[in-house]
Design a protein around this ligand. Structure first.
Ligand code: GLN
Length: 280
């Protein structure tokens, strides 16, 4: 068995060749303990290790389980995050949300941030790492929070990113106020479940789907109570599903947010919405 044979296991199952090459490299790094230099210099893999890599590639080809779950890690903004089927795999698009939040926090010297539906904690950790703020990450899933804590520990963000189990604002007390509330909440309408890519079916339904057909459930629930938990002049930032910016803008207007802005992603899709809250 050669490395090229392992790549072929993946391409034969319909995975594009460039993607298959990356995935095999990740499998070799993880399961054979090789680094990139070892791979580039053609260091020989012993048969035992090669066998493990082959088995993992076969699992990937057969089940279409995302490579990040098989490896147990995902790359996000240059960091490695632990992931497992209780958390969503961080998406490249979410970098736009983090970057915008970091810009606002640093410009205003904001100190307290709430990341709602934190999942793996990728947003909370990256904001804590790149600002002087303290970030509270909340999620309804205990398993997700366990993963978020592991990610916080690995990045050594003790007391900078903290986590709490809460269904939206249920465990946020009336006295708790934040400068920024950020969220990449579930936003896929349930009717899209039938047509979703196989890989995505391994991700937790509660992280992906809303109950309502417009995908607005969490934007609505968060925007409704956010004004009670924002300091004067604070900001709210959401990641958006495709085609959702107009409806979310309406929700934000309804709850008296101002200065609404939309940021597009590289595919020219409205991907992030942000707005300010000034006390009436
Ligand atoms: N906030 C997490 C992320 O962006 C999880 C999002 C979710 O579960 N909907 O990856």
């Amino acid at each position: 068995m050669l490395i090229t044979d392992i790549v072929k296991i993946l391409t034969d199952s319909g995975i594009a060749e460039n993607e298959a090459n990356i995935e095999v490299r990740l499998l070799i790094e993880k399961f054979a303990g090789f680094n990139l230099i070892d791979i580039i210099t053609g260091k020989k893999l012993d048969e035992g290790k090669l066998k493990i890599v082959e088995e993992k590639a076969k699992l990937r080809a057969r089940t279409r389980e995302p490579i990040q779950y098989i490896i147990g890690e995902a790359d996000f903004m240059g960091e490695k995050f632990f992931v497992n089927p209780s958390v969503l795999i961080p998406r490249d698009e979410t970098e736009i949300l983090v970057t915008k939040a970091v810009e606002i926090i640093n410009k205003n010297n904001f100190k307290s941030v709430l990341d709602m539906c934190t999942g793996s904690g990728c947003i909370a950790c990256m904001i804590a790492k790149n600002t002087h703020s303290t970030v509270l990450g909340t999620d309804i899933s205990f398993d997700a929070l366990e993963t978020a804590v592991k990610n916080m520990e690995r990045m050594e963000l003790f007391n900078r990113a903290i986590f709490r189990k809460s269904d939206i604002f249920s465990k946020i007390s009336d006295e708790e106020k934040f400068d920024v509330i950020v969220s990449n909440p579930p936003y896929i309408p349930p009717s899209q479940k039938k047509t979703i890519q196989k890989e995505v079916t391994f991700e937790p339904d509660i992280a992906l789907y809303t109950k309502d057909e417009k995908g607005m459930e969490f934007y609505e629930r968060i925007a409704k109570d956010a004004p009670h938990h924002l300091n004067n002049g604070g900001y709210i930032l959401f990641e958006l599903g495709i085609g959702e910016s107009k409806n979310v803008a309406e929700i934000l207007k309804q709850y008296r947010f101002s200065d609404i802005q939309v940021v597009k992603d590289l595919a020219n899709i409205d991907r992030v919405i942000l707005a300010k809250y000034v006390f009436p």
